[in-house]
Design a protein around this ligand. Structure first.
Ligand SMILES: *Cc1c(COP(=O)(O)O)cnc(C)c1O
Length: 358
């Protein structure tokens, strides 16, 4: 082993994102929770009219224009908003600002796998508290672990469930560290936790334009928190973390709420339809407040189905880890994509041949 890297970096595993097939190849891609509909036409029009002068100069360091737009849409003051190069960057900024070796990060499992990676880079301690079968929040254990940072994804991935606001409020009030509420899927949910940032200065709510606004390729997210908390995070972020294009396109996208709401309405309707169709095939389907479904095939042969669908150029997400290896996470696609998926599944043998068993 070389000694180029810190020992914790040598020891850690890489984050494994969902497969991203090469552009131009024909896959039905239901593995990364992307939105199946195109971004707002207003956002694309801004993109087509980018002024070279914006690119010649450094961008505004805090994504000013986009911050203003978020402030308008959410009704929070703009100095309560931090903009990030995707919400992933903001998760990383929180970790780098608040965590060092000897400090602890806490989150319930299963959840977004990136949290673990970010903590391992920082060489801090981790407490993972396993969710019970019904995905009720393990409040007592989370509070007892007393993290410098506690992550709650709500709605959560891969389960799709939302954490009740009352539970988040209890957590916020009892933790001395920072509570990160990761609302990447909030646009598909019936409620949100934004009110908590006004009540508790240790709470940051983090959102993204990747899912609800069909802009995963743009890399734009934001956090909302008390300026006292943002003050420390601003010291840590890159000075020009928001590029001029993302700022301009994102501003148009978030301002076009009508378009986003129309796409979300279609996805929610498709979510109900796909859940019904999969239940008819014998799948167990968990309730979802996101743009994906966690499902369990009748024979528990999740990896087999994942492989068979991949051969037919349909990608869904399979997690080879305890508690999830008999389940699949399926992103809601267009009506047509969902029907193709259901048809492909119904044509697969329920019991794989012995020769095909994995
Ligand atoms: C997709 C996702 C993110 C990342 O969003 P980006 O803004 O694209 O970085 C963060 N958290 C969760 C739980 C997600 O599913």
């Amino acid at each position: 082993m070389t000694n180029y890297f810190r020992s914790n970096v040598d020891a850690m595993a890489s984050y494994v994102p969902g497969e991203q097939p090469q552009r131009g190849t024909q896959f039905i891609k239901l593995n990364s929770n992307e939105n199946p509909y195109p971004p707002s036409p207003a956002a694309l029009a801004v993109l087509q009219n980018i002024d070279g002068e914006w690119l010649r100069r450094y961008p505004e360091p805090f994504g000013g224009e986009f911050r203003q737009a978020v402030s308008q849409v959410l009704g929070v003051p703009s100095d309560w908003i931090i903009v990030g190069n995707g919400s992933d960057e903001l998760l990383s900024v929180v970790i780098r600002a608040c965590v060092e070796p000897g400090r602890r990060v806490v989150y319930p499992m299963p959840t977004y796998v990136l949290y673990r990676t970010l903590v391992q880079i920082q060489n801090a301690d981790i407490t993972e508290v396993v969710y019970s079968e019904d995905y009720s929040l393990p409040l007592k254990e989370l509070i007892a672990a007393n993290g410098s940072v506690t992550f709650i994804a709500s709605p959560n991935s891969p389960s799709g469930h939302i954490v009740p606001i009352e539970d988040l409020r209890k957590l916020a009030s009892q933790l001395s560290g920072v509570l990160v509420i990761d609302e990447a899927y909030v646009d598909f949910a019936e409620e949100n936790a934004l009110a908590l940032v006004k009540e508790y200065e240790n709470v940051i709510v983090i959102r993204t334009l990747s899912k609800g606004y069909s802009l995963a390729g743009l890399r734009l997210g934001f956090g909302v928190a008390n300026p006292k908390l943002l003050h420390g995070l601003f010291k840590v972020k890159d000075s020009y973390n928001i590029d001029a294009i993302a700022c301009a396109v994102g501003t148009a996208a978030i301002t076009d709420q009508a378009y986003k709401n129309a796409c979300v309405a279609k996805i929610k309707a498709s979510r109900i339809q796909l859940a019904t169709d999969l239940k008819q095939l014998g799948f167990r389907v968990w309730d979802s407040q996101t743009n994906f479904l966690l499902v369990q095939p009748p024979q528990g042969n999740a990896e087999y189905l994942y492989q068979k669908l991949k051969e037919q150029r349909i990608l869904i997400r399979y997690f080879k880890q305890p508690g999830l290896d008999d389940k699949l996470r399926i992103t809601i696609g267009t009506e047509e994509q969902n029907q193709t998926l259901v048809k492909a599944l119904s044509n697969l043998p329920i019991f794989p041949d012995e020769s095909e068993k994995i």
